[in-house]
Write a protein that binds this ligand. Structure first.
Ligand code: HEM
Length: 132
């Protein structure tokens, strides 16, 4: 990951994070990836969840820019086997849903920008996943 990656990603997120539609589409994409994923959100208030995710992705983006990992550690804890019990193998689907949604909503999206996103947020996603 380079500082160019984290700058491009920061700007890309700025182009999409104020659209509620971005988060509606993210959860449509994510939940359609498997019945097991859909089942995790049956009792969830999705309006509230979209709002929380907006902040969660911002934490990943800020971590890529050098912010401390305190908030990501808390997400690792809430998602671990004693919490929501989110299986490590589901994070790949989460990332794929995010890339698909960025491609749809960011007019400047490209394969190169996708690679920057993946490089930039991979350490933060790994931290949450490995807390399992
Ligand atoms: C790195 C990727 C992820 C991020 C940044 C993220 C972010 C968040 C945030 C910010 C919350 C609300 C705060 C909290 O409860 O701690 C949350 C809750 C939740 N997340 Fe994630 N999440 C990620 C991956 C996943 C995955 C892969 C799943 C699998 C289905 C998942 C399922 C859930 C569930 C079930 C909740 C609780 C919903 C409820 O309150 O009913 N998350 N997530």
């Amino acid at each position: 990951m380079t500082s160019k990656d984290s700058d491009s990603v920061f700007q890309s997120y700025g182009r999409v994070c104020n659209k509620d539609r971005f988060f509606v589409d993210f959860y449509d994409h994510f939940m359609s990836s498997s019945d097991a994923i859909r089942a995790q959100f049956v009792d969830t208030d999705m309006k509230q969840q979209r709002h929380l995710l907006r902040n969660g992705i911002m934490q990943l983006v800020l971590h890529a820019r050098g912010m401390p990992d305190t908030k990501l550690r808390a997400l690792g804890k809430s998602h671990d086997r004693t919490g929501y019990n989110i299986k490590p193998e589901w994070y790949g689907l989460w990332l794929d849903a995010l890339m698909r949604t960025l491609r749809k909503h960011d007019p400047e999206f490209s394969d190169e920008l996708e690679a920057s996103w993946r490089r930039a947020i991979e350490p933060g996603v790994r931290l949450i996943k490995e807390a399992y």
